[in-house]
Design a protein around this ligand. Structure first.
Ligand code: UDP
Ligand code: MG
Length: 345
C-alpha cells in the first residue's frame, strides 16, 4: 500500500465518539472550523453517537444542515462504550487518514495540524498525542494511569503503549485497514492501534480541562478497561501461577524437612495455632486470586466465542460502511440491527 499521501489532494476524517454531549457539539464544530481553517477543505467529520440519552442525535442532525464537513452520523442502538464507538468510526471513515478525537476539546484541534504535517512526510503510520502535563487530572488518576502503562509494557513484550498517550491520534489507511481485520470483541483500541502501526511517533500537547459537560468514565469503568487491556495483550497473569505454585511448594518442602528433622532430633513441640491459620489463609488467598485471574480470562474467551457484533447500528446518515463507490451522498439511511447488513433506504 502506498504510504505517501498527496499533500494537495488528501482527505482526513475526524472520528468523534459522542455520548450525552448535546452541549458540546456546537462549540466543537466551531473550534474545528476556526482552528483548522487552513485544511478545512480536506476534512470531514464522522460522529459516532454511542447511544446518547439526551438530544445529541438531534443537535448533530441540525448541524448537518449547516455544516457540510459532517460526512456521517452513525447512531448506535444503545451505549456500547467508547472502544466500540471508535471501532465503528474505523469501519465508516472514508479518508486517506483518520484522527480519533474527543468532542470535549480536551484534544486540541490545532494539534491536528502538526499531526498532518508529520503524516504528509510519508514517514509515519501513526502520530499520537502525548500529554506533557497531566496536572488537570487528579493525583489518583495520574498514579493509576502511570502504573497501568508501566505494568502493561512490562508484561506485554510485543506491543508497547506510549506513556501519557490517549486515543487522540492520526492513523493512516494502512492502520485503519489492519485494525478492521482484528476480529476481537474485547476492543482495547490503544493496544490494537499500537499493534497495527509499525512507524509511530508522538507530538507533545497540553491537555486542557473538559470545557463543558462531565467525564463519562468512573474508576470502575477504568479498572475494567485496564483489565481488558492486559488480558487482550498478555497471558502472563495466567502463567505466573505456575511459578508462584512452584515457589510455594519449594518453600513448603523446606519447611516440612525442617519440621521432620527437628521433631526427630528434639521431639515434637506443641504446634502453633497462629502459624497454622496464617498458612491456611495465605494459601486460600493465593488460590482465590489465581482463580479470579483464570475467571477473568475465561469470561473474555466466552465473550469472544459468542461472536456477537461489537455494536448495533440504529441508523446512519451519510457514508456507508464497506461501500464500493466513494459516497458523499447526503441522505438518511435505515439499517437493520446488524452492522453487516446495512442497506440504503
Ligand atoms: N464517550 C463515548 N462513549 C462512552 C463514554 C464516552 O463515546 O460510553 C465519548 C465522550 O462523548 C467523549 C469521549 O468519549 O467524546 C471521551 O470521554 P470523556 O471526556 O468523558 O473521557 P475523559 O476525557 O474523562 O477520559
Ligand atoms: Mg474528556
Amino acid at each position: 500500500m502506498n504510504h505517501q499521501p498527496n499533500p494537495l489532494d488528501y482527505r482526513l476524517s475526524l472520528i468523534v465518539p459522542v455520548y450525552n454531549e448535546e452541549v458540546a457539539i456546537e462549540p466543537f464544530l466551531a473550534a474545528i472550523n476556526d482552528k483548522l481553517s487552513s485544511i478545512r477543505s480536506h476534512i470531514d467529520i464522522v460522529f459516532i453517537n454511542d447511544g446518547s440519552k439526551d438530544n445529541t442525535k438531534y443537535v448533530i442532525d441540525k448541524m448537518i444542515e449547516q455544516d457540510s464537513s459532517i460526512s456521517s452520523l452513525v447512531n448506535f442502538a444503545r451505549n456500547f462504550g467508547k472502544e466500540a464507538a471508535m471501532t465503528a468510526g474505523l469501519d465508516y471513515v472514508q479518508g486517506d487518514a483518520a484522527v480519533i478525537m474527543d468532542v470535549d476539546l480536551q484534544d486540541p484541534p490545532e494539534v491536528i495540524l502538526e499531526f498532518v504535517d508529520l503524516w504528509l512526510t510519508g514517514d509515519y503510520d501513526t502520530i499520537y498525542g502525548v500529554r506533557v502535563d497531566r496536572s488537570q487530572d487528579t493525583y489518583t488518576k495520574r498514579l493509576t494511569a502511570g502504573g497501568f502503562y508501566r505494568f502493561f509494557n512490562f508484561l506485554s513484550a510485543e506491543t508497547t503503549l506510549p506513556e501519557n498517550a490517549g486515543d487522540f491520534r492520526l492513523i493512516n489507511r494502512c492502520v485503519i485497514e489492519t485494525v478492521k481485520q482484528l476480529p476481537e470483541r474485547n476492543r482495547f483500541m490503544k493496544g490494537l492501534l499500537a499493534w497495527s502501526s509499525l512507524r509511530a511517533t508522538g507530538v507533545n500537547f497540553q491537555r486542557p480541562e473538559r470545557f463543558i459537560g462531565d467525564t463519562k468514565f468512573n474508576y470502575w469503568k477504568l479498572w475494567n478497561f485496564a483489565m481488558d487491556g492486559i488480558t487482550s495483550f498478555t497471558a502472563w497473569p495466567l502463567r505466573v501461577w505456575g511459578f508462584v505454585g512452584f515457589g510455594i511448594s519449594l518453600l513448603s518442602f523446606i519447611f516440612l524437612m525442617y519440621i521432620v528433622i527437628s521433631a526427630l532430633c528434639f521431639g515434637v513441640h506443641t504446634p502453633g495455632y497462629a502459624s497454622t491459620i496464617s498458612v491456611v489463609l495465605f494459601l486460600g488467598g493465593i488460590q482465590l486470586i489465581s482463580l479470579g485471574v483464570i475467571g477473568g480470562y475465561v469470561s473474555r474467551i466466552y465473550t469472544e466465542l459468542k461472536h456477537r457484533p461489537i455494536y448495533l447500528v440504529e441508523d446512519v446518515y451519510g457514508n456507508y460502511r464497506n461501500n464500493q463507490q466513494e459516497s458523499n451522498n447526503r441522505h438518511h439511511t435505515q439499517t437493520t440491527l446488524n452492522k453487516y447488513s446495512n442497506r440504503y433506504e
